[in-house]
Design a protein around this ligand. Structure first.
Ligand code: FA5
Length: 344
């Protein structure tokens, strides 16, 4: 019996020492299994009780049971202590210092092309022009044929246009096909619309030319629309866009879908008209193509050219943005470089 009491006392002392030394819950569990598990040290001692004299067994059993209870209570106390320490550590790590200054959130902004597009749309809206949306993926017929661009025209070359694998379907090379769509929808009502959108050209990318760029088309159709209306309206636009003091000029040009055709230049804002590298020493910068809608195009839109006339124009917002902000390379627009974008 005294051997047993001694074995139990040393087991209890060992258990108490080991559990006190366990650094965390996992280590504590391992100690528990070692002492109190089914194959642990206490179980081994209990199995030996059967060898004792029957008269000694109750007292020995009580002794072993007391040890077991004390050890279990000690394990529980240690487990609670470890959990409380872990919780305190978590709280220390997560502590919120309300005196720290707030972290500034980066504020997004509109892309420079979007800003200029919105400004352009606003100016035209003030002059009574509605926005009309027309698709980026077009038919050959809309993009060329109905705009009086015949099959042999160089613009229809494989190297100028992105054709799709579907016969007669392409990415629009300009916003002008929208003219036909809006005329067919509105005929015989008068029209005053702008058509902003993306255009695609299979071209060499340079500092001034991208394969993907915006255009804003404009179209006015009515019974007495004249070249004077075209000039007055576009001059008014340019003054609102670039400032009332900026000079503008029209140069004769050629587009198959307008007759007569012109291009509008604004005085170079960088040199003030005296000539610099940006304006190629001419003092002027081209911002759009325009003209009176060709009678054949009016007809293709459903209007009788004997009774109706109209003017149209097409401008490139990226080129206008480049002029306004002295951006020397159009490729900055689509490379998503924040150092560029954050300047606007
Ligand atoms: C046209 O695309 C005609 N459809 C414009 C027009 C409409 C004329 C209605 C008459 C009546 P043009 O190819 O010149 O014309 O392009 C018009 C504008 O789009 C140019 O002045 C330029 O600002 C812009 N643009 C053209 N090609 C590119 C390009 N590769 N990269 C960036 N902008 C371009």
């Amino acid at each position: 019996m005294s051997d047993l009491a001694q074995a139990l006392a040393s087991l209890e002392a060992g258990g108490q020492a080991d559990l006190a030394a366990a650094p965390d819950a996992a280590a504590l569990d391992a100690v528990r299994v070692r002492y109190l598990g089914r194959k642990g040290s206490l179980a081994t001692i209990l199995r030996g009780l059967g060898d004792l004299d029957p008269a000694e067994r109750p007292a020995a059993g009580k002794l072993a049971n007391d040890v077991k209870q004390r050890l279990e209570a000690a394990f529980q106390a240690r487990r609670d202590a470890l959990e409380a320490a872990a919780q305190a550590a978590r709280e220390r790590a997560d502590r919120l210092d309300v005196t720290l200054p707030g972290r500034p959130r980066p504020v997004g902004r509109l892309h420079p092309s979007t800003q200029v597009l919105r400004r352009i749309c606003q100016i035209w809206a003030d002059m009574g022009f509605q926005v009309y949306r027309s698709p980026d993926v077009e038919t050959d017929e809309m993009n060329f044929e109905l705009l009086n661009i015949p099959a042999y025209h160089p613009a229809r070359d494989m190297w100028d246009t992105f054709y799709t694998t579907s016969e007669g379907i392409l990415l629009r090379t300009h916003t002008s096909p929208g003219q036909i769509r809006v005329m067919r929808e509105r005929c015989p009502e008068p029209i005053r619309v702008i058509l902003p959108g993306m255009c695609y050209r299979y071209e060499q990318i340079t500092a001034r030319s991208e394969i993907q760029f915006h255009q804003v088309e404009g179209l006015a159709v009515g019974r007495h629309v004249t070249m004077t209306d075209l000039k007055g309206t576009l001059i008014s636009f340019a003054h609102r866009m670039f400032g009332a003091e900026r000079k503008v000029r029209f140069r004769a040009s050629y587009f198959p879908f307008t007759e007569p055709s012109a291009e509008m230049d604004v005085e170079c804002g960088i040199c003030g008209g005296s000539g610099c590298a940006i304006c190629k020493h001419s003092g002027w910068l081209e911002i759009l193509g325009c003209g009176m809608v060709h009678p054949r195009v009016l007809e293709n839109g459903g209007y009788d050219p004997a009774a109706f006339s109209g003017f149209a124009f097409g401008m490139g917002p990226e080129r206008i943005t480049m002029l306004r902000h002295r951006i020397e390379d159009i490729r900055y627009f689509w490379t998503n470089d924040l150092r560029f974008l954050e300047q606007f």
